[in-house]
Design a protein around this ligand. Structure first.
Ligand code: PEP
Length: 252
């Protein structure tokens, strides 16, 4: 069943852009990118930059903001961490969960992604659950198994209505920050597998859940990726740091 999903363009700034750099970014980006209501644009700045981004976005309710991570626990003695409640209080409405750098640099497990998704939902945050295989898994033909395992685990603690409100990002680890992008056909093949799994969980409503592609997306390749079957948007790291490049991606 084909269904039109409103495109989602999301920028993951990772550990780049402090408050000063973010304000300068927004000056350029907002001058280039006028408000539009046919797509969802989300910025994921570092947590300490969230307030500066919100100040810079004043009057631009068309652009959402999120955090790159939350802790799975409600609160407590977790020095250096931020909870879902703190993220909401600070103005975030979205959260990345299970980004490949969280999984492979910080050792985040499938169980933690499940608990983080549940905590996000409990606090009204829209979770963007990231899944994706490593190069050796792709070469061993394990892509589908890895992606399905991460997807099913990440969603395992959610009721069907919460699953309906989630966003998925397929980000092959070998494509993140490497300049090596999945072809539109490769992305579509994995997105179809994810779509089928979502429909198994929530029926036809699974067609309305945005599935984003991430991994070395640029202004030059974004249109072809967005045109691929079942690709409803993009999650962009490096290319989202250039305000004019990001404006070009948002206009794709
Ligand atoms: C990311 O960080 O989610 C990402 C896709 O990075 P990049 O666009 O730099 O590959």
């Amino acid at each position: 069943m084909a269904m039109h999903v409103r495109p989602v363009l999301a920028a993951n700034w990772k550990m780049n852009n402090g408050p000063t750099a973010a304000a300068a970014f927004l000056d350029v980006f907002l001058a280039k990118h006028g408000a539009c209501d046919d797509r969802t644009i989300i910025l994921f700045p570092p947590a300490l930059t969230l307030a500066a981004v919100q100040a810079g976005l004043a009057g631009r309710a068309d652009i959402g903001v999120g955090v790159q991570n939350i802790h799975a626990e409600e609160k407590g003695a977790y020095t250096g961490e931020s909870s879902a409640a703190i993220a909401v209080d600070a103005g975030a409405t979205y959260v990345l969960v299970g980004h490949s750098e969280r999984r492979h640099v910080f050792g985040e497990t499938d169980d933690e992604t499940a608990r983080k998704c549940a905590r996000a939902v409990q606090h009204g945050l829209t979770a963007v659950l990231c899944v994706g295989e490593k190069i050796e898994q792709r070469e061993a033909s394990e892509t589908e198994a890895v992606v399905l395992r991460q997807l099913q685990a990440g969603l395992s603690a959610l009721a069907p209505d919460a699953i309906r409100a989630i966003i998925i990002a397929y980000e092959p680890v070998w494509a993140i920050g490497t300049g090596r992008t999945a072809t539109p056909d490769d992305a579509a093949a994995v997105h179809r597998v994810i779509r089928a799994a979502l429909c198994e969980l929530v029926g036809d409503d699974g067609h309305a859940i945005p599935i984003l592609y991430g991994g070395s997306v640029t202004p030059a390749n974004v249109a072809a990726l967005l045109a691929a079957d079942e690709v409803d948007g993009v999650l962009v790291g490096g290319a989202s740091l250039d305000p004019l490049g990001w404006a070009a991606i948002c206009a794709a």
